[in-house]
Design a protein around this ligand. Structure first.
Ligand SMILES: Nc1ncnc2c1ncn2[C@@H]1O[C@H](COP(=O)(O)OP(=O)(O)OP(=O)(O)O)[C@@H](O)[C@H]1O
Ligand SMILES: [Mg+2]
Length: 217
């Protein structure tokens, strides 16, 4: 049975595709992995994969990319990949049937929260969806701080606001605000494949933590 991670957030531009491509690129080095881009026609994850393939960099890993244009197709696609080790879902930036389906299909849901209070407000909408989905099955959801700038006043304020308003446990791993992630997304790479040692460490930590939560060795 595959272990599925959904990257879910209703606000656009929060870093879903960055996280989904990093997870998929790195998990593919641990087991066969399919990245399903549920944000069509934008298709950032799908484009990232095309660049990755075309770069002919001989990158290690067993990775495929697929797309789903609606929740029915997503359910069918996930069933089709029953013999894969990992499935990563790059969700759409809105409350939609697709977001609900991704929540229910995922063994672990990661909700990126980044640089602003607006993302915390958007996350309260996700909490409603999680509450609904919990009526169907247990949902293992975690917040993931991204574009994180520790030691800033804003980061401290955001952490306080999130603790007060959301009550959604955050992963210990965080992704900083790094040019390496912007470059990696356009170059078909992961942060761990970039020269920036901070990005590498952050992505390694993220993968290790995700694997523990998925109970996958
Ligand atoms: N940790 C980070 N540090 C620096 N830039 C980042 C980080 N995460 C994401 N970005 C940049 O922010 C922009 C939006 O990120 P991304 O495409 O991953 O978000 P998204 O939620 O998938 O957006 P969309 O709603 O467009 O699908 C991109 O240009 C990306 O390179
Ligand atoms: Mg995206």
């Amino acid at each position: 049975m595959p272990k599925t991670i959904g990257v879910i957030q209703v606000k656009g531009g929060t870093g879903r595709s960055t996280i989904a491509t990093n997870l998929a690129g790195e998990l593919s080095k641990h087991g066969s992995t399919v990245l399903i881009d549920c944000d069509m026609p934008q298709g950032t994850s799908a484009s990232w994969f095309v660049v990755r393939e075309e770069s002919k960099r001989n990158l290690f890993g067993s990775l495929k990319v697929d797309t789903a244009i609606n929740h029915r197709e997503l359910v069918i696609k996930v069933e089709q990949y029953a013999d894969t080790d990992y499935i990563v879902l790059d969700g759409p930036p809105r409350i939609a049937e697709m977001t609900r389906a991704a929540l229910v299909l995922a063994d672990l849901c990661l909700v990126p929260v980044g640089a602003s209070k607006a993302e915390i407000w958007a996350t309260s909408d996700i909490l409603e969806l999680i509450k609904e989905a919990r009526q169907v099955k247990p949902i293992n959801a975690r917040m993931l701080w991204t574009r994180h700038r520790p030691h800033t006043k804003l980061a401290q304020e955001l952490t306080e606001l999130a603790t007060k308003e959301l009550g959604l446990t955050a992963l210990k791993s965080t992704l900083g605000m790094r040019v390496a992630y912007m470059e990696a997304l356009g170059d078909g790479l992961t942060g761990a494949e970039m020269p920036d040692p901070h990005a590498r460490t952050e992505i390694e930590n993220l993968i290790n933590e995700a694997k523990v939560l998925l109970k996958k060795k």
